[in-house]
Design a protein around this ligand. Structure first.
Ligand code: IMP
Ligand code: MG
Length: 186
């Protein structure tokens, strides 16, 4: 990894402060209830780990894994499940925890599938909302940060499986980015 390929966008401190605020808000909104957090693997694993400890409610955790970008790192709008939920969410309040909402295809599909299990509610919490690239009508209920441009890595986010364990979020500079994010930062 050469240093000039990464530019910090969200510092570890900023991320942690925002997550504490999200946790307080979620705790208030679901007061007196319990929650099932459904993390979207792999990108949300670090965010979920921090978020679940910022929420002061009884919590159960499950994960799904979806393939939307495949190996080409481009959003095709074609989604497949490679790991389904394992908990019974019927009648439960479900909060989906996602790293980034980009075109929105992944989260829209996931919400539709989870709804088939007849939960009491399904809401969405994402660390980063790239709403300018949205292709389908879907809005997160809780948003950590809005970021307009570029391809992001770190804090769980990867490019070709690299960079996930960086403590902050970084722009991956042009030249190092996947094709869909070159050259104009759509
Ligand atoms: P969507 O279906 O286009 O909303 O795709 C969302 C998924 O694409 C996210 O869960 C990420 O896994 C991935 N993704 C989108 N933008 C980025 C990025 O900037 N960095 C890393 N992954 C991204
Ligand atoms: Mg993801």
């Amino acid at each position: 990894m050469c240093k000039d390929e990464l530019k910090e966008v969200l510092s570890p401190t900023i991320i942690q402060e925002r997550i504490q605020a999200l946790g307080r808000q979620i705790t208030l909104d679901y007061a007196g209830r319990s929650l099932v957090l459904v993390g979207v693997l792999k990108g949300a694993f670090i965010f979920l780990a921090d978020l679940c400890r910022a929420i002061d409610l009884p919590i159960q955790v499950d994960f799904v894994r979806m393939a939307s970008y495949g190996s080409k790192q481009e959003s095709s709008g074609r989604i497949s499940f490679t790991k389904d939920i394992e908990l019974d969410i019927k009648g439960k309040d479900v909060l989906v925890v996602e790293d980034i909402i980009d075109t929105g295809h992944t989260i829209k599909y996931l919400k539709e599938v989870l709804t088939l299990h007849q939960p009491a509610s399904v809401r969405i919490c994402c660390l980063i909302d790239k709403h300018e690239r949205r292709e389908v009508a879907i809005q997160a209920d809780y948003v950590g940060f809005e970021v307009k441009h570029g391809f992001l890595v770190g804090y769980g986010l990867d490019f070709a499986e690299d960079y996930r364990c960086l403590p902050g979020v970084f722009h991956l500079n042009p030249g190092h980015r996947p094709k869909a994010f070159q050259p104009s930062d759509r």
